[in-house]
Design a protein around this ligand. Structure first.
Ligand SMILES: Cc1ncc(COP(=O)(O)O)c(C=O)c1O
Length: 417
């Protein structure tokens, strides 16, 4: 039987390794509490009262801003309220734009496809998610844009950054696109000084903050960010199908998606001037309701949320470092680090062995592979097998970390038996 075959390989090997991992035991283990450590993909559980959302949906016919029913006004005011709250949360001015999207990828596409024209050049990094890298790649074919990769990391100083930028800058450079923090290593890459330097050379500063918003305090104004895309379903703890695109009021962002908005319906063509112009089609009403609740939760508890996640992250790192054969990637000793840790266990495949055993034997959910970030894994030397990624959330407890530690201690012994 091939080594990778599932599920027999798993069961046969467990039986050989340790009697307690027989099928009967696996069945017992499966009914224990699931430990969810994949909050970087999407948070779970959500900081929302789903009964309350259901109640609003049940009581409220119609769509947002269609003006057909008085209940429309109710939904529109919830949308406005959420928009205002998120703007405050990210330090945006009320005159700036914050568009509700269906996820960060949707927002990234709106921004890159809206702003980049034929022959434009972009500076970016090796930490980018496929939402950025694939879109840029597509635009090289569609519009002959080009991009260059800056060799930045968490240790890059302002002087080094400027030097790297100057080496790659060309007369057609229009924008710098940077992730705020890596979805693979948790390293924080963006610095407000980088934005300041990029502005000095006339570049638009576009930050992908999908992993950062809700995990650290961000202030778009102070941090020199012109455009920022982020998810609503990750650390903002809203439902899936939510994301945002922020951009400064002075930016001209053409429409990528066109269609009905409930306003200006008599015009075939509109020049977008307000947020609603970008929110075409029927919006994700349950998602918007969930964001309204989760942002309220974060407003009340943000300090506690980030302190707890940071504490859990530090505990995980401390315990992983102490296990023989475990290698952690990135600058995990940095003071500021997102609640994301990537590691490999010596001689074990991250996907086919470590993550599968964690999930099926210990009921611990992680995410293994290349995390839609092939450039990052190539840089780390972990391509194509990837790493195992652990991302704790606010609702994890120290108990979960003890179980993870115990599991990884046992798993790391496998190839030594
Ligand atoms: C850094 C980064 N950018 C973009 C995305 C895409 O987010 P979404 O799933 O909301 O489109 C992710 C998702 O994992 C991410 O980690």
């Amino acid at each position: 039987m091939s080594k990778q075959t599932y599920p027999n390989f798993r069961i046969l090997n467990y039986n050989k390794i340790n009697k307690k991992w027989k099928i009967t035991t696996i069945c017992e283990v499966i009914i224990i509490k699931m430990i969810y450590l994949d909050n970087a993909a999407t948070s779970f559980p959500k900081a929302i009262d789903t009964m309350r959302i259901q109640e609003i949906i049940d009581r409220t016919p119609g769509s947002i801003n269609r003006r057909g029913y008085s209940s429309d006004y109710n939904l529109s005011s919830i949308l406005d309220e959420s928009r205002r709250k998120i703007k405050t949360f990210i330090g945006s001015g009320f005159e700036d734009k914050l568009i509700f999207t269906f996820n960060a990828t949707h927002a990234i596409n709106m921004a890159l496809r809206g702003i980049l024209n034929k022959n434009d050049h972009v500076l970016t990094t090796r930490y980018e998610h496929s939402a950025i890298s694939r879109t840029l790649y597509s635009l090289t074919h569609e519009r002959n844009i080009s991009y260059s990769l800056l060799n930045v990391n968490t240790n890059t100083s302002e002087e080094e950054f400027e030097e790297l930028l100057l080496n790659l800058l060309s007369p057609n450079s229009k924008m710098i696109v940077m992730t705020y923090g890596s979805n693979v290593t948790g390293d924080i890459i963006y610095k407000s000084k980088f934005g300041e330097i990029a502005h000095k050379y006339g570049l638009i500063v576009f930050v992908d903050a999908s992993q950062a918003v809700g995990n650290i305090e961000i202030n778009v104004k102070r941090e020199n960010i012109d455009i920022m895309a982020f998810s609503g379903h990750k650390s903002l703890m809203g439902l899936t199908g939510t994301g945002f695109l922020y951009f400064r009021n002075n930016m001209n962002l053409p429409l990528i998606f066109t269609g009905g908005t409930g306003i200006k319906s008599e015009d075939d063509f509109i020049i977008p001037t307000e947020e609603l112009d970008y929110e075409v089609g029927t919006m994700n009403i349950p998602g918007i309701l969930s964001i309204n609740q989760s942002i309220h939760f974060l407003e009340q508890n943000f300090k506690e949320v980030i302190t707890k996640k940071s504490m859990l992250t530090k505990e995980i790192i401390k315990r992983l470092k102490a296990i023989d054969g475990i290698h952690i990637y990135g600058n995990f000793e940095a003071e500021n680090h997102l609640p994301i840790i990537s590691f490999n266990a010596k001689n074990l495949h991250p996907v086919n062995e470590v993550a599968i055993i964690l999930e099926n034997v210990y009921n611990i959910v992680t995410r293994a592979g290349i995390h839609c970030a092939p450039w990052t894994h190539k840089m780390l030397g972990t391509f194509p097998q990837g790493t195992v990624r652990i991302s704790p959330g606010y609702f994890n407890e120290m108990e979960d970390i003890y179980t993870l530690e115990k599991a990884l201690k046992e798993i790391s012994l496998i190839k030594q038996i």
